[in-house]
Design a protein around this ligand. Structure first.
Ligand SMILES: NC(=O)c1ccc[n+]([C@@H]2O[C@H](COP(=O)([O-])OP(=O)(O)OC[C@H]3O[C@@H](n4cnc5c(N)ncnc54)[C@H](OP(=O)(O)O)[C@@H]3O)[C@@H](O)[C@H]2O)c1
Length: 317
């Protein structure tokens, strides 16, 4: 089968599309024919080895698993003998990162619990774009953010996967949503439905007098105190990711300032039922950049790393 192979950390140009051995499922695994995958932050880190801390997860000197990719939609083609939840022919999708990586390939063998059944009304292309960003946005806005109707919400790093789905979730609560990002994406963000946009290269929203009921942050670059300053008295700040040095300040800041500042610890695929309901009723639809063919994956990961994408970059396998 064909796969994108990464044998050492470095530039995306060292990625190769290769013929590799077909995987065979262990007793609790299913073999999935992958239809679509999507690009995520983990792929950039697994290929480049940056930030270095991630090497504890992906391999100290080189990637432990040579095929990157952590989101998929596809069809189960065979099952290990201990599999009970799925059968051959099932259409599935999900964020598989709890169980492994390797979705930039024609087939993957993975624990049956890594994926969920794809409802018929959800296209394979949209499914590949929904699981990771959809769960991060849901768990950030709903579980930790306690979003309510008519709130004033700000999404920082709003032009990417979490921002584009986060906006649509916030709109189901009739919120006024400000998006912070830069460049070409700002125009796209207005088209997506953000009520107000801020170019972070021109304006620092943490230094403005405008305050918010809820901030969802995909890029955390400042100390928690800066975000707390622009929260309304009952406002909440929730980060899904960003600068590691800043992220480790979140818990101490909650204790020190006694303010509701949180970080999402992603529970992969947990909220897909709720996402299905919103998708079925037409309230959310992933913003897809692509789909691009498998051989363009190195370019697509570079495009992602340079922040040139809007929404989710999807790869057609
Ligand atoms: N909490 C968890 O358990 C968990 C698990 C996995 C991943 N994550 C994290 O979740 C996040 C996923 O977000 P995503 O997929 O939406 O990322 P994304 O698609 O890369 O979007 C982030 C956007 O932020 C913009 N940006 C960069 N610097 C910025 C700044 N200083 N201020 C405002 N915007 C800025 C980027 O554009 P430019 O680059 O063009 O500036 C990009 O458009 C990542 O931070 C990832 O590490 C969290």
């Amino acid at each position: 089968m064909k796969a994108i192979v990464c044998n050492s950390y470095g530039p995306t140009s060292q990625l190769q599309i290769k013929e590799v051995e077909m995987p065979s499922p262990k007793p609790n695994e299913v073999l999935i024919k992958v239809h679509f995958s999507a690009i995520n932050d983990y792929d950039w880190s697994m290929v480049t080895g940056i930030p270095g801390l991630y090497r504890l997860l992906f391999g100290l000197f080189k990637p432990k698993r040579p095929i990157p990719g952590m989101e998929l939609s596809g069809v189960v083609t065979s099952c290990g003998e201990a599999v009970t939840l799925l059968k051959a022919g099932d259409e599935v999708y999900g964020d598989i990162s709890y169980y492994g990586f390797g979705t930039f390939a024609e087939y993957i063998a993975i624990n049956e619990k890594a994926v969920v059944k794809k409802p018929e009304f959800l296209s394979f292309e949209d499914a590949a774009a929904l699981s990771h960003a959809g769960n991060l946005a849901w768990q950030g806005l709903v579980d930790l953010g306690k979003i309510e109707n008519n709130m004033d919400v700000l999404i920082n790093g709003a032009g990417g996967g979490v921002g584009s789905i986060g906006l649509q979730i916030a709109k189901t609560y009739n919120c006024h949503v400000t998006g912070v990002d830069t460049g070409e994406k700002l125009k796209n963000m207005l088209e997506m439905g953000f009520d107000h946009i801020i170019d972070y290269k021109k304006e620092d929203f943490t230094k403005s007098n405008k305050t918010y009921d809820l901030i969802l942050d995909a890029k955390t670059t400042r100390a928690p105190k800066a975000y707390i300053k622009v929260l309304n008295p009952k406002g909440r700040y929730v980060t899904v990711g960003g600068n590691i040095g800043r992220l480790i300040q979140i818990l101490p800041a909650r204790k020190l300032f006694k303010k509701p500042v949180f970080m999402v610890g992603l529970d992969a695929n947990k909220d897909l039922e709720k996402i299905h309901d919103l998708y079925k009723s037409g309230k959310i639809k992933p913003v897809v950049d692509g789909p691009y063919p498998l051989e363009k994956t190195p370019w697509a990961i570079q495009h992602f790393g340079e922040g040139k994408h809007t929404g989710k970059i999807v790869i057609s396998i």
